[in-house]
Design a protein around this ligand. Structure first.
Ligand code: NDP
Length: 406
């Protein structure tokens, strides 16, 4: 029975809070705080209608550490779940240290003025959390999050080492909009327009990142329950944490599917400067083109009702077991309409919000209550994997004939 403070009343925050309320034996008291209180109130009212549970709400600018510490003390929370934006990660970690509570998020820190996400800023907090006897879990969404837990589970139960890993993220859903992102548009567009990077290392060598221009490496892949889709090589944060924590990895890559219409829109927007994060003057006022673009794009949390189809996200990993090389594909299939019926959100928010709830539960149940800053692949996967099956994200694992051919 534990009190939790969730920050961020967006698509992901909404799913996580609904699922926490459905697990009231673990989350005895939930407060949802965000920049605009009315968004928290809308979510609280949906939770009340669906579960009968009361969620407390509050207005908070998470950049204000003093205000966050005061809210933590007022609520008596023992865990802060950060489902706002990556820009808030460090200030919220500071607030948790000040108030003496645990921390969890779903996306790693990136500085607002530079589209660059790396773990070193958050890993630098390890000694402070360790000394304070507090836990910080980084990246418990689906990717990152479940994709790393999958790898750890494979490494615990099916393989002894992982030589190569490919994370495959497919959204086979359609929302009927000409162009819309499935999660926060600003963060999504910063991610997809960044150069692609993957990890390669020859045995005995230090290894390096191999960079290529964004959206230039394309492979057609036949996804279970979705069918054939084009997926593109991208950089994603779990590549950094997995190659660090599983140092035997010789190649780690991340792939995401995009339809031709999405690629065409992003290309045009990029060519005309609308995805830039450099401030410009407009009518005597300084604006950031990408933030202006975000304000005219559909709000992903409004897409739930419109989205049909399925997502399929998973890992293909090759490694050794008892002297024999083996390859496994482990994945989840999630249906947009089923998610909407259960919690009023589409599957991209659902596949992030459910693992956020499960990661928080691991801390509160004591399974992941280890002092320091941790990524999900560093922690025991078994109860998390069990909860995925019971909480709406069942997984399947299949042995493949051999390593991927692409
Ligand atoms: P949204 O933009 O829908 O929601 C973010 C929420 O945070 C909004 O309600 C926003 O308030 C609030 N917020 C922003 N800044 C502040 C602030 N300074 N103080 C308080 N509240 C603030 O985003 P999503 O729900 O789509 O995504 C949430 C997080 O999940 C992001 O970090 C995203 O990168 C991550 N994510 C992770 C995935 C994974 O698999 N690991 C996948 C998808 C997303 P307002 O409504 O007023 O703007």
């Amino acid at each position: 029975m534990s009190k939790v403070l969730v920050i961020g009343a967006g698509g992901v925050g909404s799913v996580a809070v609904h699922k926490m309320a459905m697990n009231a034996d673990i989350f005895s008291d939930i407060t949802l705080a965000s920049r605009r209180k009315f968004k928290c109130d809308e979510i609280a009212s949906s939770v009340k209608k669906r579960t009968g549970i009361t969620v407390k709400t509050a207005e908070l600018d998470a950049m204000d550490v003093g205000a966050t510490v005061a809210l933590i003390k007022e609520t008596g929370a023992v865990l802060l779940v950060n489902l706002a934006l990556p820009y808030q990660d460090l200030v919220l970690m500071d607030a948790c240290l000040d108030a003496g509570i645990n921390y969890m998020d779903t996306a790693n820190y990136e500085p607002p003025e530079e589209a660059k996400f790396e773990y070193h800023w958050q890993w630098a907090y390890h000694e402070r959390f360790k000394k304070a006897g507090l836990t910080a879990i980084l990246g418990s969404g689906f990717d990152p999050g479940v994709t790393s837990v999958y790898a750890t589970w494979l490494r615990k139960h099916k393989l002894e080492t992982i030589r190569q890993i490919d994370v495959l993220d497919c959204n086979g859903g359609d929302n009927g909009k000409a162009f819309a992102t499935n999660f926060n548009p600003e963060i999504n567009i910063r991610e997809v327009t960044a150069p692609a990077r993957h990890w390669e290392k020859k045995k005995g060598e230090a290894g390096d990142w191999i960079e290529s221009p964004a959206m230039t490496t394309k492979v057609a892949f036949d996804f279970p329950a979705v069918g054939e889709k084009n997926m593109y090589l991208m950089y994603h944060e779990e590549l950094e944490s997995m190659k660090t924590h599983f140092p035997e990895i010789e190649r780690a890559r991340f792939w995401m599917t995009f339809g031709d219409a999405y690629i065409n829109h992003v290309t045009v927007l990029q060519n005309i400067g609308m995805t830039s994060i450099k401030p410009i003057m407009h009518n005597g006022q300084e604006i950031i083109p990408l933030q202006f673009l975000t304000s005219v794009l559909p709000d992903p949390s409004d897409l739930g009702e419109l989205t049909k189809g399925k997502t399929c996200i998973g890992d293909i990993a090759t490694g050794m077991k008892d002297g024999i090389e083996k390859t496994y594909y482990i994945y989840n299939i999630c249906d947009h309409e089923e998610c909407y019926a259960e919690v009023g959100s589409q599957a991209v928010a659902y596949t992030t919000g459910v693992p956020a709830m499960i990661g928080a539960a691991q801390i509160l149940k004591g399974n992941w209550a280890k002092a320091g800053v941790w990524n999900t692949e560093q922690l025991d996967p078994d109860d998390y994997m069990d909860m995925l099956n019971k909480q709406g994200l069942p997984w399947e694992v299949h042995e493949l004939d051999g390593p991927v051919s692409f």
